[in-house]
Ligand binder design. Structure first.
Ligand code: SAM
Length: 330
C-alpha cells in the first residue's frame, strides 16, 4: 500500500498562491464588470492604455513614439459644461507632455486607472446630497495627481464649491507644483479648491479645514460637521501607513454626531505592515501571506466600524500592488 503524501509536500506541486488559482476560481465571474475585483485584470479604462510603459517621464514616452493623442496648444482650457471625463483625461496628457511635467507615465496611468475604477462608488449618491460639501482627502499623496483628478473630472461639483481637496504628506514633491499648474490651465474650475497639508499621518496634526489661512483656498466651514461627505484616498501608503489612514478616517467620521455623515475610502496598499503588528490569526497569515492577510484584517477593521467593504483593482501591468479596498458608510 502506498502511503499518502505528507501534507506539507502538496504545496510544492500545487502552490496555493500562484496566479493560476485566481483564473480557475469558480467564484470569479467569467466576464466581470471592469470595476470589479480581478487581480489579473489587464483591461485599461483610461486613454493612456499602453501595456508597455516603462518608468519613463510621460513627455519622453510621447517624444520617443508617435502617439495618437493630438498635441493642442498649451493653456488650452476645457469647457466645464461640455467636457467628458475621457476628453479631460486626454487633455491632461497633452498638457503634461507639452509642459514636460516631471512625472512618470506609469504614475499617470496609476492615478487615471485608480480614479476610473473608484469614482462611481466614491461619488455615489452625490446628487442626493447637494447640500453637502464633498471633501476629498488624499493621504500620503506624493505628487498629488490622484486627488486632483477628482476635482478635474467633476467640473460641476468643483465649480459650485461643493467639492474640495486636501492632499496630505510629510513633504511636497517638486513635481506637485508643476502638476497643479498644468491642471489649472486645462481645468480652471479647480483653482482655489485644493490645498497641500504638510503633516505626518501618525501625528495629531491640526486639520486646517476649519481654519484656513490660505486666501486662495475656498474654506467651507461645514467640513466634518454632521452633513460631511468625506472621501479618503491612500495610494501605496507604505506598510502600516494605510492602517493609520483607516484609523484617521474612521475616527473623524465616527465623531460626527449625525447619521447623515457619509464616509468613503479607497485604499491601494503596497508593502504589508510588520507581521507582528497584525492581529489576524497566525493560520491566516501562513495560508495567505502577510500582504493578503493584512488586507483581510483591514476589511474586518472597517466592517466593525460600520462600513460595507469590497475590493477592486487596476491593471497589474501598472503595478502588482493593484488591489483597492473600497469602503462605504452612508
Ligand atoms: C509610495 S509613496 C505614494 C505616493 C502617492 N500616493 C502615489 O501613489 O504616487 C508614499 C508617500 O507617503 C509619504 N509618507 C511617508 N510617511 C508618511 C507619514 N508618516 N505621513 C504622511 N505621509 C507620509 C511619502 O512622503 C510618500 O509621498
Amino acid at each position: 500500500m502506498t502511503s499518502p503524501p505528507h501534507p506539507s509536500t502538496t504545496s510544492t506541486t500545487t502552490p496555493p498562491h500562484t496566479s493560476t488559482t485566481s483564473t480557475t476560481n469558480p467564484h470569479l465571474q467569467p466576464n466581470p464588470h471592469p470595476s470589479s475585483f480581478n487581480p489579473s485584470t489587464t483591461t485599461f479604462l483610461s486613454p493612456l492604455s499602453s501595456k508597455a510603459l516603462s518608468r519613463n517621464r510621460l513627455h519622453r514616452y510621447y517624444d520617443s513614439e508617435d502617439k495618437s493623442i493630438p498635441r493642442l496648444p498649451p493653456s488650452y482650457a476645457l469647457n466645464p459644461n461640455a467636457s467628458s471625463t475621457n476628453a479631460i483625461l486626454q487633455q491632461i496628457i497633452v498638457q503634461f507632455v507639452w509642459n514636460k511635467v516631471p512625472i512618470d507615465a506609469k504614475e499617470v496611468q496609476e492615478s487615471f486607472e485608480f480614479y476610473l475604477r473608484t469614482r462611481k462608488r466614491l461619488l455615489r449618491k452625490t446628487n442626493a446630497t447637494k447640500d453637502k460639501t464633498i471633501v476629498v482627502k488624499d493621504y500620503c499623496a506624493g505628487h498629488g495627481l490622484t486627488g486632483l483628478l477628482f476635482l478635474c473630472c467633476n467640473p460641476k461639483l468643483a465649480s459650485t464649491s461643493s467639492m474640495r481637496l486636501q492632499s496630505i504628506d510629510i513633504k511636497v514633491p517638486p513635481a506637485h507644483a508643476e502638476i497643479v499648474e498644468s491642471l489649472e490651465q486645462v481645468c480652471p474650475w479647480i483653482r482655489g479648491k485644493h490645498e497641500f497639508l504638510i503633516a505626518d499621518i501618525n501625528d495629531d496634526y491640526v486639520d486646517n479645514n476649519n481654519n484656513n489661512n490660505n486666501d486662495d483656498y475656498v474654506n467651507n466651514s461645514n467640513n466634518n460637521n454632521d452633513d460631511s461627505y468625506t472621501i479618503t484616498l491612500a495610494l501605496h501608503a507604505c506598510g502600516s501607513l494605510t492602517d493609520a489612514v483607516i484609523a484617521k478616517a474612521t475616527t473623524s467620521s465616527a465623531t460626527s454626531s449625525s447619521a447623515s455623515a457619509t464616509s468613503r475610502l479607497a485604499l491601494m496598499p503596497c508593502c504589508p505592515p510588520p507581521s507582528n503588528s497584525l492581529q489576524i490569526p497566525l493560520g491566516i497569515k501562513r495560508l495567505y501571506g502577510n500582504r493578503e492577510a493584512s488586507d483581510i484584517e483591514r476589511c474586518y477593521v472597517l466592517k466593525a466600524k460600520g462600513y460595507h467593504v469590497d475590493f477592486t483593482s487596476i491593471p497589474k501591468e501598472i503595478t502588482v500592488m493593484n488591489r483597492i479596498i473600497i469602503a462605504e458608510r452612508d
